[in-house]
Design a protein. Structure first.
Length: 425
């Protein structure tokens, strides 16, 4: 059994880096570094900059070449993860408590003192092109990218290329990249807006001093959030003669993370798509057998909340599948039943409990909470908020939530898709 974790501590270092630390007894550690630069921040015309740069950072750092850096991580026996997302780049590391200092030192070298050897750039660009070729063979990935491009278009004055291209970039964008342009992009990497979450059985002051020393020389960097320009009611079909499926992507607005309706909305979305008893699974799969896959999940872009739905169907069933999805969104203002509410709330509470058990999950939660909510929430606090939430509160929120009329629909398949049923009010 784990002993109860301490109350999380949060500091802002002189250079701007935010450090969140939670002490937890045990032999291991985990930390998560979130830098507020993602593929949406790629310079316009140089799409793929962030993905290539992130790989380049590991080609030597702190006076080590690529092999020496890899060996240094391997010698510690740590688990590493992370990568580039739409809005941020992450580095996850976990291992044994005794190796926390050494692991933090290596990551600090990677982000603050990379070697950036020019000879590696052509190889990294070739790998990025291979990623794009693989994307062409995945209809769901193609749909996701093109649906984002249509639903959240870039507007003049935005600080980056926006959400409408693959993380790996575009062929034209990759052609324009060079060692010089990538080094200029690295100059945007820095302390401003970056968050480091650490979970370990360690003295808080020692962790603070260690991080402050290791990252003291990290450049200021840049923190310019990319706005999400949602296009309500959009209808778009992407013809595809490859395969025998029709793929549907729907997006509708919802409350943002700092909106009081966020938690009731999470409960409602769990009732909509949170397992075999959820509304979408029941209506789309069990009752009608329309789709081999259907789901709905929250999406946060530019600090705003959205619900993203996906269904994989066949061309003959696609129109009815779309109609059922829109109808289920249209039924949300009518509220949940007592059974749906209890099942959804229990599912969310269970997720909080099990998520907190994992050191890696908890370190990620520290940085996620600071980025989304502006503060760290303890698992006990979230459980208490869920426990205090009532069916009346959820249904009160839903009574004023009307996502169906604003829903964007992007489909990919042999033919255009038009819903065959009326949408509920």
């Amino acid at each position: 059994m784990h002993s109860p974790p301490s109350v999380p501590l949060v500091w802002t270092l002189p250079g701007g880096l935010t450090l969140a630390f939670e002490r937890r007894a045990g032999p291991g550690f985990a930390f998560d570094l979130r830098v507020p630069l993602g593929s949406a921040h790629d310079p316009l015309g140089e799409e793929g900059s962030l993905a290539v740069l992130e790989e380049w950072l590991y080609k030597g750092a702190g006076g080590r070449d690529a092999r020496q850096l890899q060996d240094a991580f391997d010698d510690l026996g740590v688990r590493r993860g992370g990568g580039v997302g739409l809005e941020a780049t992450r580095v996850h590391v976990s291992g044994l408590r005794a190796d926390l200092s050494a692991a933090l030192s290596l990551v600090a070298d990677v982000v603050t003192r990379p070697e950036l050897p020019a000879a590696e750039v052509p190889v990294l660009l070739d790998l990025a092109r291979q990623d794009l070729e693989a994307l062409d063979d995945s209809p769901t990935d193609r749909l996701a990218v093109q649906a984002r491009a249509a639903t959240f278009p870039r507007l003049p004055g935005d600080p980056g290329a926006g959400f409408g291209h693959p993380v790996s970039g575009t062929r034209a964008g990759l052609e324009r990249l060079s060692a010089a342009s990538l080094r200029a992009h690295w100059a945007r990497f820095g302390q401003r807006g970056s968050v480091l979450g650490v979970v370990a059985d360690a003295d808080a002051q020692e962790v603070y001093d260690l991080v402050a020393n290791l990252f003291a020389d990290w450049q200021p960097g840049e923190d310019r959030p990319m706005p999400a320009h949602f296009q309500p009611g959009l209808r778009l079909h992407l013809p595809s003669a490859v395969g025998e499926q029709t793929h549907l992507s729907l997006v509708a607005p919802g409350p943002g993370p700092r909106d009081p309706g966020w938690l009731p909305w999470q409960v409602a979305l769990t009732a909509l798509s949170g397992g075999s008893a959820s509304r979408l699974f029941t209506r789309v799969r069990e009752e009608r057998g329309l789709a081999y896959e259907v789901s709905a999940s929250p999406l946060v872009l530019g600090g705003e909340g959205f619900v993203s739905l996906y269904a994989g169907s066949t061309p003959p069933s696609a129109a009815e599948t779309l109609a059922v999805l829109l109808n289920e969104l249209g039924r949300l203002p009518q509220g949940l039943t007592e059974a749906e509410f209890r099942r959804a709330r229990t599912g969310l509470t269970t997720g909080v409990v099990f998520g907190a058990e994992s050191l890696r999950g908890r370190a990620y939660a520290l940085t996620r909470d600071l980025a989304l909510f502006g503060r760290v929430r303890t698992p006990g606090e979230v459980r208490a908020e869920l426990g205090a939430l009532t069916l009346e509160q959820v249904n009160g929120f839903l009574a004023n939530y009307h996502p169906a009329p604003q829903t964007t629909v992007v489909s990919l398949g042999p033919g255009a898709v038009t819903p065959t049923l009326a949408v509920s009010a």
